[in-house]
Design a protein around this ligand. Sequence first.
Ligand code: FPP
Length: 257
Amino acid sequence: MLEKFSKWKSNLTPTKTESTVDLDPNTVPAHVAIIMDGNGRWAKQKGLPRIAGHREGMKVVNKIVSKANELGVEVLTLYAFSTENWKRPKTEVDYLMKLPERFLGMELPKLMEENVKVRLMGSLDHLPEHTLKAVTKAVHETKDNTGLVLNFALNYGSRFEMVEAMKEIAKQVEKGEMSSDEIDADVIGAHLMTAELKDPDLLIRTSGEIRLSNFMLWQLAYSEFWFTDVLWPDFNEENFVEAITVYQKRARRFGGV
Ligand code: FPP
């Protein structure tokens, strides 16, 4: 009986996959950023509407958040909606705007349990009231958590972010609070939406597209990039571990030798 019980219990405990065992716990990237791409194509391949791909993509977010947290990643930034995504058909935009509340509605207790701290970057001004309410609630409720920072890029665009930062800096110069000579990379970084975060160590983009699509252009200056053909709804923990394994084999020189 006891033997049966411990077998059942060991099945419940997440076991580390072979590939996780290969990871060096000392060089896990502190900040991983992901461009979650390929939801539409995944749905199309299955003869489903595009929103079915987004719904499936949302489930993957859950798995990758847990895995990142388990591995000791400090910050996971996810590109959930770009400033350019408003150009999509209204039905799709409306659906994408429902996903944060759907995800957080279901997963907030688990995020609390896993000590995850939700954070946002993007222009919150144009978000629908219901989306804003859900994300603000999650940010508030998780504010004292000390585990993984889950940074949702929502209505985010890097050029918009930089324009806003430049305007803010220009205002400070105009008011005489700063001289133009004082503007350096640190000043610019401090005015971006990632001011208190380290730059990403690793950028992952799924679905075979090899571009940045206006994502963290400043912050990715020295990040390692890993691209995969896997469509986001098919992306899993093993793919995530594979990306980190490849990252750990890279020699980062930051412009040095
Ligand atoms: C890009 O795929 C994906 C998006 C624009 C949305 C990403 C959103 C999710 C994965 C779900 C977000 C979940 C939460 C919790 C907010 P695409 O539609 O451009 O795919 P395609 O290039 O194949 O058309």
